[in-house]
Design a protein around this ligand. Sequence first.
Ligand code: PLA
Length: 469
Amino acid sequence: MAMMARTIRNSASRCTMMSRPIFGLRSMSSWWKNVEPAPKDPILGVTEAFLADPSPDKVNVGVGAYRDDNGKPVVLDCVREAERRIAGTSFMEYLPMGGSVKMVEETLKLAYGDNSEFIKDKRIAAVQSLSGTGACRLFADFQTRFNPGSQIYIPVPTWSNHHNIWRDAQVPQKTYHYYHPETKGLDFKGLMDDVKNAPEGSFFLLHACAHNPTGVDPTEEQWREISQLFKAKNHFAFFDMAYQGFASGDPARDAKSIRIFLEDGHHIGISQSYAKNMGLYGQRVGCLSVLCENEKQAVTVKSQLQQLARPMYSNPPLHGAQIVSTILGDPELKSLWLKEVKVTFPCFMCAHTFDGESYLIKHVESHVVFDNSTKELESDKQIMADRIIGMRTTLRESLEKLGSPLSWEHVTKQIGMFCYSGLTPEQVDRLTSEYHIYMTRNGRISMAGVTTGNVGYLANAIHEVTKSS
Ligand code: PLA
């Protein structure tokens, strides 16, 4: 009875509110009055600022997306062919919560190896993810749900979004030494000390290859030492592999760090992305995998990963997954993709790691000469490779010619998509305000955005803001 009276009173007061529209409007507009504007994203905010700048001289070397010499995006031939095959043939049904089984199967082979015993033994829990970001986020949520209170160790520096991802998943963050600003190389001692000093059984985020933003990777020998130390400390390694194929041009070789950890018997997690190595940026296709003790555990873990995905986005998108499974499921298209990766990416990832593999007959100064195996590829893909290594060299040479008092050796030494230039945030601000050059404030230059048309302008501007430092 009392409940009924309360209900009547409540609905009466709702009626009164509804009959007073002005009051209602005011209260609605105040719903979000405490919301402050979000800070600009340090990477994607750069693109926003670039797009808003009307200057004809503007240059965008912010986000890591491949461009041709006219600054236009590039679609790989294997992707175009896969799209031709898919067009008009598929339904638009939902994928399962864990995504395309075929795509996931092929993706695991790239990370764990074609003949991986872990794949054969069904020990890997894996789901299709919303590209690399989605894989990292899903893992972070899994970590916090099933290992509450655990922390994540993140390298300094790292891709800025790593911090947001683990923050939003409520995982406390610690950092570990990675980059040595003076040597512009790996701070191996600092890294090993931090790994040693972390509490037993800590979670570590590792970049599998082509570290973003530094372009500095551990050597194979160093990876072996890191893996041994992880073993001794019983740490968990989570590999973010956003650039497989970018460090050496060979996806298998770029998975070396992961293979070393697997050989040593670690139970690891991996985030994989096709944004860069297939150029499928906007398709948002990737994979999260967790290596388990046995098949039963893998089934259980996968069920929980799906459970996390369901209330967030229900199931992942179809088209990108179809492109990937069409390419990797067809030996001819797969070999075209592997060639395109080799030809497109290795040179701009740095010729200095080349060791005379068959596809390269010669690497002469800034130029790469290809052998017959790449001849059938469209020439613009070869030009692309040539162009990027050329840009690294031209940028460095231009700065040296301008009489820069600084060393720019690292521009041609670092690997990956980026050049971690050493520019300070203040110098970057000057580049933007005085020269309309857009890059992240940590001084990272996306080499893919450098073209014959803007490299001279860029070098001159960099010289102007650094010459008195
Ligand atoms: N991990 C690392 C290390 C990355 O650099 C990026 C992308 C991702 C994951 C996520 O990529 P995905 O979700 O598109 O698969 N980094 C870019 C773009 C290229 C970005 O910031 O989103 C960058 O400019 O750093």
